[in-house]
Design a protein around this ligand. Sequence first.
Ligand code: G1P
Length: 307
Amino acid sequence: MPANPTIRRAVIPAAGLGSRLLPLTKATPKEMLPVGDRPVIEHTVRELVASGITDITIVVSGGKSLIQDHFRPNPTLVEQLRADGKKEYADAVEEVGELARQGHITYLDQHGPYGNGTPVLNAARSFGDEPVLVLWPDDVFVAEVPRAQQLIRAYESTNCPVLALMPMAPAESQRYGVPVVKEDLGEGLLRITGLVEKPKPADAPSAYAAIGGYVITPAIIDELREQTRRWYEHRQGEIYLTDAINAYATTRAVYGQVISGRWYDTGNPADYLVAQMATALAHPEYGPILRKLALESSAPHTTPSTS
Ligand code: G1P
């Protein structure tokens, strides 16, 4: 963990409906779906705590209380498990509570116009003049240096807002914010002059996707405020963080950091399944068993078809 991180705060917007994953997400928030041996959102919280973040706001909506339940310490359960001699499970439960304590997780209910800029603005009341990290919880990273830390380093070297980027295939552009790249400064750092939300492949300004990790500054919050003010005048459209960053980037410096590591966009069904398989195969205990089963002509618990 970095000794004196310049960024202490982070926001995780977690009020979305998870429509692309229905019916899986009918009762279970998409942030609580398992990837490996823990829910998706715990990967994000771990990443933040490992990067020195000590103030995490999770913005939720109705039906998301499972997220709070997951992170709430449960001393009664821990005590029971210890009394039953199940130390390993007791430690695992305790560790999640400890993670929430280290990250000082607090929760806010989302309110305001539709769109992913609204939860950021909701949380902004407590930001003061500090830069903050915004991470969508459905983008899971497996990286030697956590993605959040890579973003913090880029912020420290530029003192400007930073977007997490990954290369993408042109056909994917309609799923992501795509940056306008002005200059490649080496080591994955790019100077950005705009950000276009979900362009058609022919209109995509670059071959990079903004992948749900941002360092934003108070001036970007001002852009969100302005968008929201206009929304209340016309009551049209949505409040997008992408639009606020784009408006800011037309006149002021913004950077993109290409993240080293493996990215899973677990908000989309195919990538979610890939994330599950990859984490299962990488598991020290279950990975070898799965590999062996996959290589066998028939799994051990299979009976011949009767038809
Ligand atoms: C959001 C952002 C988009 C970004 C994407 C990353 O889109 O609006 O700019 O590229 O997250 O996952 P969503 O996935 O919510 O449609």
